[in-house]
Design a protein around this ligand. Structure first.
Ligand code: LFR
Length: 489
């Protein structure tokens, strides 16, 4: 038969999952083998990734998948959030627990970097937007505060690739994930040697870049034995979760589409053929991340569901527990347009009392403050909608492209209110789904690598045929338009 199965390990900032993806008769099905929390782990005054625990969860998932398929999967691939990395010592082992990108050590590092090379030049050399947690700035902070650990470092491996390394022993840097670090020249797709030299970062510590879809190795004999599987092929898919998510956008061939990969972050952008690096994309801070099969993601990181996740965490710590559906429901029942905040406000980036931060912004802009979780949730939804429109309007202006549909993919498609509000404020159709876009993209890149699927185009068609895509038509556009125009920033 033409049926083949693949294992996708998909790690998000809040949760991770091991999925079994099966493709048969041009249809993709996903089955969840194991799901677990990821998230920041406090260690002293830092926050880190508990890599050992996460690795254990991943192994549980792989073992379940091996059992389920009678060990017949074709390959396995890993994807994760960007920018973070593990430091590998000369003995091949992790030197310490990797830092979480929201750790405070990166504060001020963009300014430090710009003393060495101007921001405009860094952008020219990379095409990547300035986020204080980019790998470049994390390394700079390490050089300043703990040079000794860098002395001991043999290899720096980005997160998804780190788990692949732990299973197969091969150190590599998958291109899409490497691109997030702001050290790759997006015009060539290679580490930018000149930039690295300028920042005195030893290029030898960075494993060679491999393209998405490369078979990088096999699960080691020991690991295979432990997991009850054969020495499965390890594929570098798009190791960056957003690259996988966008690979799985069920866009119609000739439609003019934008995407919103909606999860902890809202990544809103366009797929383009070449990086767009100029004064405008620099001053407006659009990024050019590497995508699969020669594509570039011109996009912006919008703060996203993090605003809700972090508010929820605060309420929970203060004895009030709300589920995500409850929070959505509360927002839905609350009058819209009561207040709006700039989701890009820098303090939102860090963990901490989110409702208070939101209130500070509301107050500054002359809106009424509130203690009510319902109102806070509403403000977040309305504010995200505003950010989406601002971003899409600028993208269209910068590229001269007009879009007629926004594809929302990822966990955020479960927030039906947010999807509807996006349609309303944009005055455009929203097509929402699949929820598991990232895992789908991961599997599809493996399927292209194995020859079962021919191209990215065919992969996208397959997604459209395999999952429900919910259409939201814009409503109340006059009111939303008036609201958008009233926003004071
Ligand atoms: C989304 C994501 C974004 C990246 C952010 C931090 O999960 O990968 O693309 O900017 O996490 O790594």
């Amino acid at each position: 038969s033409n049926q083949k199965s693949y294992i996708a390990v998909d790690l998000g900032a809040e949760s991770g999952r091991v999925m079994l993806g099966t493709i048969s008769d041009k249809k993709l099905t996903l089955e969840e083998m194991h799901r677990f929390e990821t998230g920041a782990t406090p260690r002293g005054d830092s926050i880190r990734w508990d890599v050992e625990r996460i690795f254990g969860e991943i192994k549980t998932g792989i073992a379940a998948a091996a059992k389920k398929t009678g060990d017949s999967a074709v390959s396995i691939a890993f994807d994760s959030w960007g920018v973070d990395f593990g430091l590998i010592g000369k003995d091949g082992k992790l030197l310490e627990e990797p830092f979480h990108y929201r750790d405070e050590r990166n504060l001020g590092m963009i300014d430090e970097a710009s003393k060495i090379l101007s921001k405009r030049e860094i952008y020219e050399n990379t095409g990547i937007q300035f986020l204080q947690f980019n790998t470049l700035f994390q390394l700079l902070s390490l050089k300043k505060s703990r040079p000794e650990i860098l002395e001991m470092t043999d290899k720096i491996i980005m997160m998804a690739d780190l788990f692949a390394y732990m299973l197969c022993g091969r150190a590599f840097s998958e291109y899409t994930l490497a691109s997030t670090g702001q050290m790759v020249d997006m015009r060539t797709g290679q580490w930018n040697s000149k930039l690295l030299k300028t920042f005195d970062i030893d290029k030898d510590m960075l494993p060679e870049i491999v393209k998405p879809g490369t078979v990088v190795g096999k699960i080691s004999p020991e690991a295979a034995k432990e997991l009850g599987c054969t020495e499965l092929a390890v594929v570098a898919c798009g190791s960056h979760d957003t690259a996988c998510a966008v690979a799985a956008v069920p866009a119609e061939k000739d439609s003019q589409w934008a995407y919103l990969s909606s999860g902890t972050w809202s990544l809103l952008g366009l797929e383009v053929d070449e990086p767009i690096i100029n004064d405008e994309t620099f001053s407006e801070q659009f990024t050019n991340e590497g995508g699969v099969y020669g594509t570039i993601r011109l996009l912006k990181n919008i703060m996203g569901l993090w605003l809700i996740q972090e508010s929820r965490r605060y309420w929970l710590e203060n004895g009030k527990e709300y589920s995500y559906p409850e929070l959505e429901d509360m927002a839905e029942k609350t009058e819209p347009f009561q207040g709006v905040v700039d989701t890009q406000y820098h303090e939102f980036m860090m963990p901490g009392d989110m409702p208070a931060k939101i209130n500070r912004c509301l107050e500054k802009l002359g809106y009424e403050c509130t203690d009510e979780p319902a109102k806070i949730s509403r403000v977040i939804v309305d504010s995200l909608a505003v950010a989406y429109r601002k971003c899409l309007e600028r993208l269209e202006a910068l590229t001269g492209k007009k879009t007629n549909v926004l594809h929302i993919v990822g966990g955020g498609t479960k927030h039906l209110l947010l999807c509807q509000c996006a349609a309303n404020i944009l005055g455009r159709k929203v097509a929402a789904g699949p929820v598991e876009a990232t895992a789908s993209g991961n599997v599809l890149v493996q399927a292209i690598a194995s020859g079962q699927v021919e191209s990215l185009e065919e992969a996208r068609e397959m997604v459209a045929n395999s999952f429900e895509v919910k259409i939201y038509e814009p409503k109340d556009t006059d009111k939303w338009d008036a609201f958008y125009k009233s926003v004071p920033f």
